[in-house]
Design a protein around this ligand. Structure first.
Ligand code: ADP
Length: 308
């Protein structure tokens, strides 16, 4: 059987006495863009630092293309490119000098150095700045240089820690575009605490909260998984919240004021049927009823709250 690109088994990490990652297991079987989602302090950076070999885990294993990263760290790292939250750039080097340096650090063979550097200069749209000192580039271009150094050795997995953090909207669009382009040939894992970032860029979500993996699946599955869609109601002569909550198939009621309510349910159609029937029986003067689809951002913030 072919080994998955990445396999994480019972990964845990502790800083002093505090556990930052608790028993995380997952597999990445095929290429794609995987979003590591979680609020600040959830354990994303710790997880990515371990996968990249920057820190050693307290417990558990990381296999990169079947290679145990703890036992064969150098072999494992050949398959990994990493852009930490703060790009590891040297301001006093030119873009080109820095990329040659990065390529050597990443074991690119001497006879391949030139083509590796040229390739990323073009791919990341920084060829025209090759002679410029890195410290004189804008934040967006510095980020491109950071991405270039992460892919210079053609790794199978490229890990980006909050890649669009601190960029302006145009730069964000450009970096997303570049990431999607890189994903044609490699597996991307990117971390973010912003759900819209995952929606805009990723095919899959891994959600971490308080050091635990709470969800892994596609963006659509994430929506369905939590799916706390609600029914919005408006009535001319409404019952009390308690009465409404007693209606069959209704699981919870929120009073929105001004004779409007939001109702939770398990099955939308059944809940609406029951409400409509009861409205007729009790003369509630139902004037509006519709299913509201909860935005992923709302789901995310609610889920984060629930876990804390
Ligand atoms: P995220 O990237 O999701 O914001 P982190 O992995 O940075 O989360 O942090 C997870 C937890 O570990 C947090 O509670 C954080 O304070 C703690 N932590 C992170 N790095 C260190 C460190 N070097 N020493 C001690 N605690 C740390």
């Amino acid at each position: 059987m072919e080994e998955p690109i990445l396999r994480i088994e019972h990964l845990s990490h502790r800083y002093n006495i505090q556990w930052a990652v608790r028993d995380i297991s997952f597999e990445i079987p095929k290429r794609g863009i995987y979003g590591l989602l979680g609020s600040n302090g959830a354990g994303k950076s710790t997880t990515m630092n371990i996968i990249s070999g920057v820190i050693k885990q307290t417990e558990g294993s990381v296999f990169i293309k079947g290679i145990d990263a703890r036992k064969r760290p150098v072999d494992a790292k050949r398959h990994i490119g990493f852009l930490p939250q703060k790009p590891p750039l040297y301001g006093d080097l030119t873009v080109e000098e820095f990329l040659y340096y990065s390529a050597r650090l990443r074991w690119v063979p001497a006879n391949m150095l030139k083509s590796a550097v040229e390739d990323v200069l073009v791919r990341c749209g920084i060829a025209h700045f090759r002679k410029r000192l890195i410290k004189n580039l804008s934040g967006g271009y510095q980020q491109r240089v950071g991405i270039a150094q992460a892919i210079i050795h053609k790794p199978e997995i490229v890990i980006f820690d909050e890649p669009t953090n601190g960029l302006d909207p145009n730069q964000i669009m450009e970096v997303r575009h570049l990431i999607k382009d890189i994903a044609q040939e490699r597996t991307i894992i990117l971390s973010t605490h912003i759900l819209t970032e995952v929606q805009a860029t990723c095919d899959n979500i891994m959600m971490i909260e308080q050091g635990k993996l709470v969800f892994m699946g596609t963006v659509d599955e994430f929506d369905n998984y939590i799916a706390p869609n609600t029914i919005y109601l408006r009535m001319g002569n409404p019952p009390t919240v308690e009465e409404l909550a007693k209606v069959e198939n209704v699981q919870g009621v929120e009073d929105l004021g001004d004779r409007k309510f939001r109702v939770r349910f398990e099955n939308a159609q059944e809940a609406m049927d029951s409400i409509v029937k009861q409205s007729v029986v009790h003369d509630w003067h139902l004037s509006e009823i519709r299913v509201e689809k909860t935005s992923l951002d709302k789901i995310f913030s609610e889920l984060s709250k629930k876990i804390q």
